[in-house]
Design a protein around this ligand. Sequence first.
Ligand SMILES: NC(=O)c1ccc[n+]([C@@H]2O[C@H](COP(=O)([O-])OP(=O)(O)OC[C@H]3O[C@@H](n4cnc5c(N)ncnc54)[C@H](O)[C@@H]3O)[C@@H](O)[C@H]2O)c1
Length: 441
Amino acid sequence: MKEQIQEAEGKLGILIPGLGAVATTMIAGVESIKKGLSQPIGSLTQMGNIRLGKRTENRYPKIKDFVSLTDLNDIVFGGWDVYEDNVYEAAVHAKVLEQGTLFAIKAELEKVKPMKAVFDKTYVRNLDGKNIKVGATKYDLALQVMEDIENFKKTNECARLVMVWCGSTERYIEQEDVHENIYAFEAGLKNNDPRIAPSMIYAYAAIKKGVPFANGAPNLTCDIPALVSLSKEMGVPVAGKDFKTGQTLMKTILAPGLEARALGIKGWFSTNILGNRDGLVLDDPDNFRTKEVSKLGVLEDILKPEERPELYGDLYHKIRINYYPPHGDNKESWDNIDIFGWMGYSMQIKINFLCRDSILAAPIVLDLALFMDLAHRAKMSGIQEWLSFYFKSPQTAEGLRPEHDIFKQLIKLQNTLRHMMGEDLITHLGLDYYQELVEAL
Ligand SMILES: NC(=O)c1ccc[n+]([C@@H]2O[C@H](COP(=O)([O-])OP(=O)(O)OC[C@H]3O[C@@H](n4cnc5c(N)ncnc54)[C@H](O)[C@@H]3O)[C@@H](O)[C@H]2O)c1
């Protein structure tokens, strides 16, 4: 496989539908890092290391020195939004980063101006932008996005492109017949089927143009059979859904630990307050439902209550998100976890996480863009489950249970990189060389 991976030469265009808080924080971060003003903290592709071979070999290179990833200096950004603000103005509006930080990279950020968006107010009622494409059918809109992709690639002289959805969470919908296969889907595009969401139109356009697509929101988007099969046919990687930040990140760190120690859990109550535009959109119950479904599966998949009813059979899991403007992007979350131990004695864990949503999400967007591009150069296509590490609700093949345990997800990600590069997979067994080591002492 190693020999087949094309080197990361030339420019990589990162195309983003939704230039809001997350996207602008990511772009500003990359520009600031390029100028030597910041460090890429939280990014595995930039700061992570990977162990290779036996522990005795002491090989622990940086991931970016082990696999061929695009250099940050070779990245160009583009995107779409329903608002006309350029990335500098949108970042100022989002109020995630300080004015001084943004001012140092103002010229770079001002250059990224949003293209007109594919938008449908029935999917996001709480937004009211005017920078919107017009087309007789959804198919026409998809063709317009394909044209944008082509023009962007040509104008910016990109060798390759990737697309990462950072747009608002769309209202909750379930998979229906129009999503079943590409014929039904394309007919739906041409008939303006209301069950085709804007995010699906971007995903369709990207895949058709051979551009890897990752979905940072909990919407169905490319998690439908029509687009999964198209991605395989076109040789394009896809991944989703919903960036794993904040409270769910904590959940997938903590729950595997409690489960590993066979401690019981009676209840897990999670509540959040946040005041950014994401919070405003999620204030609509239909949009909140999409997020709730994405967040709820996590504990069940880690704890598997049906197999361990004595520990997790009665688990009560509740999630609340409340829009609270004074907090802006600084989301505050509280978790109350009722656990029980030896002989059924109860205990409680309380977590109060004062996080910064977009600061946690930005490195995920960058890593996903770079790894999706790597996967494409490695000729991998369809669902990239090895990137589950980054998602709240990892997209899997139909009928397959997602892996939520962050430690297993990391092992899968690292083993995939080892596999790509022809290195031994690491099982952490160590028995094969442990005895030799002891005898040598
Ligand atoms: N911040 C996090 O920690 C986090 C974690 C997981 C998922 N997410 C998801 O990432 C997405 C972005 O979050 P954010 O905080 O940047 O939100 P945001 O509201 O600041 O940005 C979203 C942007 O998308 C734009 N948009 C909406 N529909 C669009 C369309 N059809 N085409 C183009 N642009 C469109 C909006 O105008 C807005 O500027 C949301 O769906 C959010 O749920 C965020």
